[in-house]
Design a protein around this ligand. Structure first.
Ligand SMILES: Cc1cc2nc3c(=O)[nH]c(=O)nc-3n(C[C@H](O)[C@H](O)[C@H](O)COP(=O)(O)OP(=O)(O)OC[C@H]3O[C@@H](n4cnc5c(N)ncnc54)[C@H](O)[C@@H]3O)c2cc1C
Length: 495
């Protein structure tokens, strides 16, 4: 639980109570699981509206689920699993609440194939300042040709909201202020708004049904260049199919769900912390990928492995994927988890998850020597063609100690400094601003999936991305829906 201080704490179980809080409190911060990495879920004197008791799964059937906003993703995934379905756009932290993930337009490993949370949100119930409830279904309210929404309140009052005119970077993940595009859907204004425009109480999302099985492979490589080459090959062979994305062209494509990367420093941290468990990486390993491939329902992955070992080289996803690893000369040391082997899947996932834990431990240790030391983490995405240049910029910008991991299939990584002094933190903050400029130059977005929150550096990255005029347009959106500035003051931009 992060620090901060709240005027009061509310734990509503239903929307009526949320509306009451928004009618009666001058400043309100809604929170989910408080896993935000931006300070966005840390109160500074507001009334805290904790959604943890709004935890009802209202419906899971076929390819849809309807939940209250305080349902944890892990709970949604389990309900989906029991119904033979899967919710793809989940961040690495499975304890996050569905409301929190919608509010930050969270993404994660599977974004490469399935897009971000935005593409999976079909309908929302949102309580805006004043306690007005909006029931929004995708497709029902779109911005006019003049670029405005006429938002109808239950009182009959109409609020005019002008869609910002800035152009968002053309990358698959963005959690960088208010979504804006011509003719956009009103649902999309609230997805990624980080609780500044309303409190989300209920969400309908799409589910993938039937859920494909997954084969995972931890692949050690000699260098970052080798990792990048393998990722490029796998990306070129696969395709994206998520809800709301371009129509699928699956024929002949390899169903790669996700590719996660860990650089040499990450691997060193894992070794130091003995976090590799039973997995042993060759001494020559300088980079590693954790790759997930989908296996269509009904296809027996064990039998496919057998066929591969007997020489089969055909279009089956399993034999084809293994063939790619074999051709790259990395199959022998790959550590696999077959569909259904939950323990083995969890073991491989735990290795990847141990990386941020290792960094956080070192920061906590340094903080004991100087309490001003803090986490210095970036969340950058570039079009994949610019990924090698971006990595060079992350490494070359300063003499600091960086560990870099993330969702390489999207060109999205998290350079994290490991500071040993407060001067390191200051240098890292300056470096992150420089990364943001380089990423923008490469056509990317310096705020990819974690959002902006109350983090001063992220707010500056947002300002540099859209300029003062872009921030002014966001403020105008906020003023139209929340004229008294009740919700999440200081999140995205200063109050
Ligand atoms: C180990 C770790 C790994 C992570 N990996 C990823 C990742 O892979 N991808 C990714 O995208 N993120 C990741 N995150 C960040 C975080 O998990 C996500 O931002 C997540 O979406 C936050 O969900 P939450 O429920 O914890 O929301 P909180 O942290 O509680 O809130 C986040 C923001 O949403 C607002 N909010 C919360 N609930 C509501 C609501 N009902 N209505 C309106 N506003 C609301 C809050 O005011 C705040 O601004 C990671 C975090 C950790 C700690």
């Amino acid at each position: 639980m992060p620090g901060g201080h709240a005027a009061r704490v509310y734990l509503p179980t239903h929307e009526g109570h949320v509306a009451w809080v928004l009618r009666n409190e001058p400043r309100v911060l809604a929170i989910g699981a408080q896993s935000s990495l931006t300070g966005g879920a840390t109160p500074f004197g507001e009334a805290l509206l904790a959604t943890e008791r709004m935890d009802q799964i209202l419906e899971v059937s076929g390819d849809r689920a309807v939940v209250q906003s305080g349902v944890a993703l892990v709970t949604l995934q389990e309900a989906a699993r029991q119904a033979g379905a899967f919710y793809p756009p989940a961040p690495t932290y499975a304890g996050a609440f569905v409301g929190g993930t919608v509010s930050t337009n969270a993404a994660g490993a599977a974004t490469w194939r399935y897009g971000t949370t935005r593409q999976w949100v079909r309908a929302l119930r949102v309580v805006i300042a004043g306690g007005w409830v909006l029931a929004l279904r995708r497709g029902e309210v779109r911005a006019s040709e003049a670029g405005t929404f006429a938002v109808e309140l239950p009182s009959g009052e109409q609020r005019q909201v002008a869609v910002p005119t800035y152009v968002m970077p053309n990358v698959p993940k963005r959690s960088a202020g208010y979504h804006a595009e011509p003719g956009m859907d009103l649902v999309d204004l609230f997805v990624g708004a980080e609780g500044t425009l309303g409190v989300i109480t209920e969400i309908e999302v799409g589910l993938l049904h039937p859920a494909p099985q997954v084969l995972a492979c931890l692949v050690p490589l000699v260098s970052e260049a080798a990792g990048l080459a393998l990722t490029t090959t796998l990306r070129d062979l696969s395709c994206r199919v998520g809800e709301g994305l371009a129509p699928p062209s699956e024929a002949g494509a390899l169903p790669i769900r996700a590719i996660e990367s860990m650089d040499a420093r990450c691997l060193q941290l894992l070794r130091e912390d003995r976090a590799l468990g039973a997995v042993s990486l060759p001494a020559s390993t300088g980079f590693a990928l954790l790759i997930q491939v989908e296996v269509p329902p009904g296809l027996d992955a064990h039998a496919e492995l057998e066929r591969f070992s007997e020489g089969a080289r055909d279009t089956s996803p399993v034999t084809r994927f293994l063939g790619v690893l074999h051709a790259a000369g990395v199959l022998d040391h790959a550590e696999g988890a077959l569909p259904g082997d939950r323990a083995r899947h969890e073991q491989l996932a735990a290795i990847r998850e141990a990386v941020p834990v290792a960094v956080n431990h070192r920061i906590a240790a340094a903080k004991r020597l100087d309490p001003r030391i803090h986490k210095c983490a970036a969340d950058m995405i570039v079009p994949f063609e610019g990924f090698a240049d971006a990595m060079q910029a992350y490494r070359g910008a300063s003499q600091l100690d960086w560990a870099i991991w993330g969702h390489i299939s999207d060109g999205n990584v998290h350079p994290n400094a490991i500071p040993t002094s407060y001067a390191d933190c200051e240098a890292a903050q300056r470096a992150i601003l420089e990364f943001g400029r380089e990423v923008a130059r490469l056509g990317g977005c310096p705020l990819s999936e974690h959002g902006v929150g109350r983090n001063a550096i992220k707010q500056e990255l947002l300002r540099e991305l859209y300029g003062d005029s872009g921030i002014a347009q966001m403020r105008a959106v906020k003023a139209a829906l929340d004229p008294q500035g009740v919700l999440a003051p200081g999140v995205l931009f200063s109050a």
